[in-house]
Design a protein. Structure first.
Ligand code: FPP
Length: 247
């Protein structure tokens, strides 16, 4: 089936997920299979990012979350880290205007104080440029780890309690969620991981509580719009009960 056919199928089913999150994995293996340096895999991964953003716009998702760089990724060889930083900057330079014109709001979530200055400046620019858009929220998780996000939320709440802004017994799920980077964004309905790995890898641990999982064998640089549509079609067959019984 072509991607247009898959899109028609999705529309026929009606209910589309509001929010899709993706653990983009397999750039390194993709490069190794071709005897190319790992950064070449990341560069091809950037093309797949373009594909899924366009697909998300076509489908009409509210939010698309992409795990682009984890806190653990800082421990990769310096050459690979700097290649990833440059790619991030390049992606933003190349795409910012088109994302803005298409109504995409870009958010960058994570410990962005650690970014190199040029990447940080690019991030700040695109976030400010697109802040007023509402068609699709594109969450780029960079220098991100879920445990660090949860610890930060606990610290922020503790500070609020210590300062008397809220009482300890007002700390409920909504108060906690309001301190996460994703505050205001619906939880992901669908979590996709590519490259055949079957782990969550410290990604959105709070937010994926009820997400449907879709594990794709495709290496990230080969992940296409059609692959995204197939995952959404699969999601549309699922019976989501949120811990309750079917009615
Ligand atoms: C995982 O593959 C992928 C990453 C660590 C980086 C993801 C980055 C991109 C897709 C490109 C830039 C992104 C943006 C948003 C511009 P891996 O290196 O862990 O692959 P492996 O498991 O096969 O080694």
């Amino acid at each position: 089936m072509t991607s247009a056919d898959l899109l028609s199928q999705i529309r026929l089913h009606g209910v589309v997920p509001r929010h899709v999150a993706i653990i983009m994995d397999g750039n390194g293996r993709w490069a190794r299979e071709r005897m190319l340096p790992r950064p070449v895999g990341h560069r091809h991964g950037m093309k797949a990012v373009r594909e899924v953003v366009e697909g998300a716009l076509e489908v009409g998702l509210e939010a698309l979350s992409l795990f682009a760089f984890s806190q653990e990724n800082w421990q990769r060889p310096p050459g690979e880290v700097s290649a990833l930083m440059s790619l991030l900057e390049e992606y933003i330079q190349a795409e910012a205007d088109s994302l803005h014109e298409q109504g995409v709001r870009v958010q960058v979530l994570g410990d962005i104080d650690r970014l190199v200055p040029a990447a940080r400046a690019a991030v700040d620019r695109v976030v400010a440029q697109t802040a007023g858009n509402a068609k699709l929220t594109l969450n780029l998780f960079i220098s991100y780890g879920a445990r660090a996000e949860l610890t930060r939320a606990a610290r922020l709440l503790a500070e609020d309690v210590a300062a008397g802004r809220i009482a300890a017994d007002q700390v409920d799920e909504a108060a906690f969620a309001s301190k996460l980077y994703t505050q205001g964004c619906p939880d992901p309905d669908l979590l996709i991981r590519t490259s055949g790995e079957q782990r969550i890898s410290n990604f959105m641990l709070w937010q994926v509580a009820y997400a449907e999982l879709f594990l794709s064998p495709v290496l990230w640089p080969d992940f296409s719009r059609s692959n995204l549509y197939e995952a959404i079609l699969d999601f549309q067959q699922r019976d989501r009960r949120f811990g309750k019984v079917a009615v």
